[in-house]
Unconditional design. Structure first.
Length: 166
């Protein structure tokens, strides 16, 4: 059983939406996070993964041709294709900078989208960045951001002025 007191959901929801609206880190801080991501992606391990990805993509094309020529049965082709795709799926993502930039655009547009949205749509939009909300004593205590949103919001609690005290 839960011993927590009830909390007015509208007040907590308003606090969450306000935190999202004002919580996006300043552009210089986001730019620094992007630069750090780029630096981390320039490691030898990522370069090796890029070469492996290229080889596996070539392998998929070769399998397709071998199947079309009749060199591989349907069963052999599907097994080889699925194994190659699984290996590809386990490699580090080569498009992290592109994904970061796409998510950045979504996050920066989020406050305006939330303001213009209906109640149900606001909840849907909030789920893009909010994983969990912690309420204590009928007040918003913390917001746990989704993993993809953390670079854009997480440091806000540590440094409310954004990049003034990095």
């Amino acid at each position: 059983s839960c011993d927590a007191r009830r909390c007015p959901a509208d007040l907590v929801e308003d606090d969450v939406l306000a935190t999202i609206a004002r919580g996006v880190l300043p552009t210089p801080v986001i730019d620094a996070a992007r630069a750090e991501l780029r630096r981390l992606l320039e490691t030898p391990e990522v370069a090796v993964a890029g070469r492996q990805r290229a080889r596996l993509l070539t392998r998929l094309e070769q399998l397709k041709k071998q199947h079309a020529w009749g060199d591989l049965s349907d069963t052999e082709y599907l097994a080889e294709r699925d194994a190659t795709r699984a290996t590809l799926g386990n490699l580090p993502d080569g498009d992290r900078i592109r994904a970061f930039d796409a998510y950045r655009a979504r996050v920066l547009a989020l406050p305006d989208a939330i303001e213009a949205a209906s109640g149900a749509r606001r909840e849907e939009l909030s789920r893009i960045v909010v994983q969990r909300v912690v309420v204590r004593d009928r007040r918003l205590e913390a917001i746990e951001w989704t993993p993809a949103a953390r670079p854009f919001f997480e440091r806000q609690r540590e440094c409310p002025q954004g990049d003034s005290n990095p």
